[in-house]
Design a binder for this molecule. Structure first.
Ligand SMILES: C[S@@+](CC[C@H](N)C(=O)[O-])C[C@H]1O[C@@H](n2cnc3c(N)ncnc32)[C@H](O)[C@@H]1O
Ligand SMILES: [Zn+2]
Length: 313
């Protein structure tokens, strides 16, 4: 943890400032403690990361996913530039506006989008409930523009009205309630700050069909031991070629929906990402627009990748 992060943190229970004590420090604070003297609660800093949760709750699948695929989707490793394109498409943010701004990545995973924001000169704070934070730290934690926290979106240790931009890509629908999770975020924006989210779609019709068919499989896969499911997801590697077969391929795609990403590692990752999460809600543009309005956001823009939307405080 960087000492400069302290000014953004507060006790998630009573919102008081925290007192920092350091027991081990090298390039950053490696071990230490954040103490709330109102609640008499200690929040440990362990392996460079302030920890506001005791364990990874219902997201052990994501701890595993981002450990096994720590850098599969990092542009700096893959060379595809796909994370940068996805970031722009799903947030609608102008990358050249990010320089010098303070940005929150809500559910950072192993940090593929923090890497983009930091590359364009933003200072980024990323949090995640899972041990993906350790993968993100291994990937980029010592970058001077990146801060990582292990925390639950429903119990955030962040001060209100702190951020110029907030994004949350592929996260909110993996919580017990997508809307409630979203509602925790707009208050963290400064006035005129922008927020963008991307959540799973339940429209148009062919997506609905995909959701229903894969939902039948999910009934079983979400109950399987994670290691077994992960091994199972490797069938996405050869099935990709079957999917390409004329006529029959299309039927297989509908009957057994797996990732069709051209990179075999991404196919395994994406397939596990689809079939392992406990919570996986789907939404429509209309629903998400209602949440943005209820949060009193302005300049609401429906972005072209379903379902992504941005707005301004
Ligand atoms: C599909 S991953 C997306 C990660 C990253 N945004 C990306 O696109 O690479 C979803 C992430 O949401 C996180 N998550 C789920 N529930 C959460 C919660 N209550 N608080 C914080 N993070 C949560 C998971 O741990 C997981 O890393
Ligand atoms: Zn407190």
């Amino acid at each position: 943890m960087k000492e400069s992060l302290l000014k953004l943190l507060m006790c998630p229970k009573c919102k008081s400032d925290l007192t920092l004590s350091v027991t081990q420090k090298d390039k950053e604070i490696a071990e230490g403690d954040l103490f709330c003297d109102v609640c008499n609660i200690h929040y440990p800093i362990h392996k460079y990361i302030p920890r506001f949760v005791k364990r990874d709750e219902y997201v052990a699948n994501f701890s595993m996913e981002w450990d096994l695929h720590r850098n599969t989707q990092l542009d700096s490793i893959s060379g595809y530039g796909e994370s940068e394109r996805t970031f722009v498409e799903k947030t609608g943010f102008d990358l050249l506006m990010l320089k010098g701004k303070l940005i929150l990545d809500a559910g950072c995973g192993s940090g593929r989008f923090m890497e983009i924001a930091a590359k364009y000169g933003a200072e980024v704070v990323g949090f995640d409930l899972s041990y993906a934070v350790d993968s993100a730290f291994a990937n980029m934690g010592l970058n001077k523009n990146i801060n990582i926290i292990q925390a639950d979106i429903f119990d955030l240790p962040l001060k209100i009205e702190s951020f110029d931009f907030i994004y949350s890509i592929g996260v909110l629908h993996h919580t017990p309630c997508t809307k409630d999770a979203f509602m925790r975020l707009p208050g963290l924006l400064k006035t005129n700050g922008e927020i963008a989210i991307w959540v799973y779609a339940d429209e148009p019709f062919h997506v609905k069909v995909f959701n229903r068919v894969s939902g039948l499989y999910r009934f079983f896969t979400t109950k399987m031991p994670l290691r077994m499911l992960y091994r199972f997801c490797h069938i996405a590697v050869p099935l990709y070629y079957l999917y390409k077969a004329k006529g029959l391929g299309h039927i297989f795609r509908v009957m057994l929906p797996l990732s069709t990403h051209p990179d075999p590692q991404w196919r395994v990752l994406d397939t596990f990402d689809w079939y392992s999460p406990k919570y996986q809600w789907k939404h429509t543009y209309g629903e998400v627009a209602d949440w943005f309005e209820e949060a009193k956001l302005q300049d609401i823009v429906k972005l072209s990748i379903p379902i992504s939307m941005k707005g301004r405080r």
